[in-house]
Design a protein around this ligand. Structure first.
Ligand code: OGA
Ligand code: NI
Length: 355
């Protein structure tokens, strides 16, 4: 809790949202956003290599093989025929856009930034804005969409009025999807199909809508700094504007969104459970000069108090245990207070190997 309050205090200083900077027609980005030259998002590699597209209408065993391979090689994949109505995905994008189109003061009034369950919630900025960090070119809206007991619906957007019902529906649908995906992922590790879902108990779903306005000098800034997700699994819906990049080895690859698909990635907690077999890959977002970009991101988390550890079935002489165990919400808090600084929190759990 202390860490959360500290984070809240750090955010209590006047700072423009990037949407305001864009609306003021800035010709140059303020110094606070400019990355040192060795950290700038140099051009990423486009196709031919890109993250696998997995058809969830294929044969069960085929899906298991493909998802496991994608999670080992990339930590990312896209799913099609995922069972969520495409019209619901369109409605989600529409209600989100309508909220971001509201005047700044209205957004702040409806969704003030405040400490919530395990994280800060509301509309604004959430990462470290202390003087020694370079700022990201993104604003966000953050709240839970599941379970109802942690949802502060009184601080959800009231405009448009369909926002709440649309997100409640989407939350349920994404939970069905993650339940299925965790089944495939568990089987891909040679575990019972309900292994991961049973381990994490009642899932939590955290929403983060990222809103990236056009930027006059996109090559100098991060949209979202390189990080891995502190989740079990993440499901991302984007608006078909390119910007998400994933790191594989030493190189960054741009993800070209397939229409109607959802982008799924392995989070730190699943990397731990899989004893490092599945990768929680580093990723980032870049911005561009002429287009807004929006991504709707749902982070699947474990119930409070759950101990997250490598599955014992995956450990033997040739596969030594790689990670110490961690308690779900403690990991979340450590993650948030390191927020988005590479892979530090999961790497701190690495067990030194005797050679
Ligand atoms: C995130 C994230 C990427 C994007 O919110 O954790 O990685 O494309 N977003 O917005
Ligand atoms: Ni992320």
């Amino acid at each position: 809790m202390d860490a959360l309050l500290k984070q809240f205090e750090r955010l209590q200083r006047p700072i423009d949202l990037v949407q305001t900077l864009h609306e003021n027609q800035l010709k140059e980005v303020p110094a606070r956003y400019i990355l040192p030259s060795d950290q700038r998002p140099v051009p990423a590699i486009e196709a031919p290599q890109s993250i696998p597209v997995i058809d969830l209408a294929a044969h069960h065993s085929e899906i298991v093989t493909q998802i496991a391979k994608a999670s080992e090689d990339w930590g990312f994949f896209q799913v099609i025929n995922h069972g969520i109505d495409l019209s619901l995905l369109e409605r989600i994008k529409r209600v989100s856009q309508e909220f971001f189109d509201l005047p700044l003061e209205e957004k702040r009034k409806q969704c003030p930034v405040r400490p919530g369950t395990r994280m800060l919630e509301g509309y604004g900025r959430f990462f470290d804005i202390s003087d020694d960090t370079v700022l990201d070119w993104v604003d966000a809206l953050v709240h839970y969409v599941y379970p109802p007991s942690v949802m502060a619906v009184e601080h959800w957007p009231k405009t448009p009025h369909t926002y709440r019902e649309t997100y409640e529906k989407y939350g349920e649908e994404v939970l069905n999807l993650t339940d299925k995906l965790l089944g495939f992922l568990s089987e891909g590790l040679g575990l019972d199909s309900d292994y991961v879902q049973t381990l994490i108990k009642e899932s939590l779903l955290q929403l983060r809508i990222n809103y990236y306005p056009p930027c006059p000098q996109p090559d100098l800034v991060n949209g979202l700094r390189p990080h891995s997700d502190g989740s079990v699994l993440t499901v991302l819906l984007d608006d078909q504007v390119e910007g998400l990049q994933v790191r594989k080895g030493e190189e960054w690859f741009t993800i070209s969104p397939v229409p109607g698909s959802l982008i799924v990635n392995v989070g730190d907690l699943l990397q731990i459970v899989s004893n490092g077999k599945y990768k929680s890959a580093e990723h980032r977002a870049v911005v561009n000069t002429n287009q807004y970009r929006m991504s709707v991101v749902l982070f699947l988390l474990a119930e409070d108090g759950v101990s997250i550890a490598p599955a014992p079935e995956l450990i033997d002489e040739s596969h030594p245990r790689l990670y110490q165990s961690t308690i779900s919400e403690e990991y979340g808090i450590t993650y948030m207070s390191n927020a988005h600084r590479g892979k530090a929190p999961v790497e701190a759990l690495l067990i030194e190997q005797q050679s």
